[in-house]
Write a new protein. Structure first.
Ligand code: FAD
Ligand code: UDP
Length: 390
């Protein structure tokens, strides 16, 4: 196939770029992925034994306040009314997350009004005035006792890095509420794709001008495309440059999936484990994501997945950028290389070394089409003007 654009990576970023370029700009797009399936980390499949949709790379919850992204996603799928709630087990007791009035009352063992809880946490948080890392930021938000119970052990397990060496931003993802509202996300829109993530992603790729080639590593083919066809690359930034500026730190996960002979293992979709001596961070029980599919699920069997984080070596799947100060210095060096790479745009979670949720990956891809690809294909603008997309 003669192509106008090559997209390396069939995750949400790559497929959004491909779909927009094919549908709106009329381009012929070749999408390559190393894996044997599309969808990147959002890929899911039905477990044949239980009839339950399993997210192969960890549970994926869709939520957004971006109207453009919501409208775009709804072109390819309808969403269920699912609202995410998470609980945490600490020293044999269960508490609601994110930290809210219910957590505070349960943890300190008495009833608090919102004002009393605010006063208690403000007094405990006062020990940190100017937070500069994750530990200090968390203490400044929730005080030391709650930090030590719910955050310190979990975060140390999840990032395999001392919380004092992690950036404060990671923890700003967790809201703290002085009400009993324990919805996990604050976004306007939330839900799960009615017929699963893979059906949604397949509809995005289903266009006569899009060809998807699986099991194909772009880096093995780049000699053939170099300089001829523009490329959007969504794989790991350091790997593209053969690690010339050193390895960027990534965290990977080992997933342990198990079918159990019970209709309900934990009564909720996600249970976090805050104790440092429990080796996994959380257990997902996928049937609870889709109560509306009850009839299709096996009544006496359930599928669970334990998540074990560890540092990624080369060859492991890089899931989360660790983003220490040393990583950020290397990232600047890679951005400089990317800026000089003619005809190649870098995007997505791996290509920009950023902690992007699905809605953020879609939003960033729509911006890349508007700000880089359309001006290039419609008006002949140079393609490498900014290097790595912000
Ligand atoms: P990816 O999905 O990683 O896709 C990149 C693709 O590029 C992959 O398929 C990879 O195989 C391919 N690739 C890499 N290198 C090459 C190469 N050289 N040649 C060809 N192909 C290549 N987001 C949410 O909104 N809600 C959640 O609840 C949520 N939970 C998550 C849980 C986990 C465990 C993880 C890891 C992520 C989670 N996310 C969640 C984030 C979500 O997965 C990302 O936002 C989304 O995957 C980003 O899409 P992407 O296209 O940038 O990257
Ligand atoms: N976190 C924590 N305890 C919890 C849940 C989260 O300390 O029970 C911290 C942890 O550092 C994590 C961050 O909050 O990396 C963001 O949590 P989230 O659930 O958003 O992470 P993700 O689902 O992306 O892994």
């Amino acid at each position: 196939m003669n192509v106008d654009l090559v997209v390396a990576g069939a995750g949400f970023f790559g497929l959004t770029v491909a779909e927009r370029c094919a549908s709106e700009l009329g381009l012929r797009v070749l999408v390559l992925d190393r894996r044997g399936h599309i969808g990147g980390n959002a890929y899911s499949e039905t477990d044949p034994e239980t009839g339950v949709e399993v997210h192969r790379y960890g549970a994926h919850l869709f939520h957004t306040s971006n109207e453009r992204v919501w409208e775009y996603a709804n072109r390819f799928t309808a969403f269920t009314g699912y609202r995410h709630h998470v609980y945490s087990t600490f020293k044999g007791r269960v508490y609601p997350l994110p930290i809210n009035l219910g957590t505070i009352c349960a943890y300190f063992g008495r009833a608090f009004t919102p004002d009393e809880a605010r006063a208690l946490i403000a007094a405990q948080a006062a020990e940190v005035a100017d937070p500069s890392n994750l530990e200090e930021k968390a203490i400044s938000l929730i005080g030391r006792p709650l930090y030590e119970a719910f955050i310190r052990g979990y975060t140390a397990k999840q990032w395999r890095t001392d919380p004092r060496d992690l950036p404060a931003e990671i923890i700003t993802r967790l809201p703290v509420r002085y009400t009993f509202d324990n919805r996990y996300f604050d976004d306007v829109h939330e839900g799960l794709p009615v017929d699963g993530y893979t059906a949604w992603l397949e509809r995005m790729a289903d266009h006569p001008r899009i060809e998807v080639r699986l099991g194909t590593d772009f880096l093995d083919l780049r000699g053939d495309t170099a300089g001829n066809v523009p490329v959007v690359y969504t794989g790991p930034l350091d790997r593209y440059f053969d690690y010339a500026e050193g390895d960027l730190g990534w965290r990977t996960l080992d997933f342990e999936t198990e079918v159990l002979p019970t209709g309900d293992f934990q009564g909720t979709p996600v249970m976090n484990y805050a104790d440092e001596d429990v080796p996994y961070t959380r257990i997902h029980e996928f049937r609870h994501f889709h109560p509306e599919r009850r009839e299709r699920h096996h009544p006496g069997k359930t599928v669970i997945m334990r998540e074990y984080p560890r540092a990624a070596a080369r060859g492991d799947e890089p899931y989360y950028p660790v983003n220490t100060a040393a990583d950020r210095a290397r990232l600047l060096a890679y951005r400089e290389l990317a800026r000089r790479e003619d005809g190649v745009l870098f995007g997505g979670r791996l290509g920009t070394y950023r902690y992007l949720d699905m809605h953020m990956a879609i939003a960033a891809a729509l911006s890349m089409v508007d700000n880089r690809l359309r001006p290039h294909f419609a008006e002949g603008a140079r393609l490498n003007s900014g290097g790595v997309a912000e």
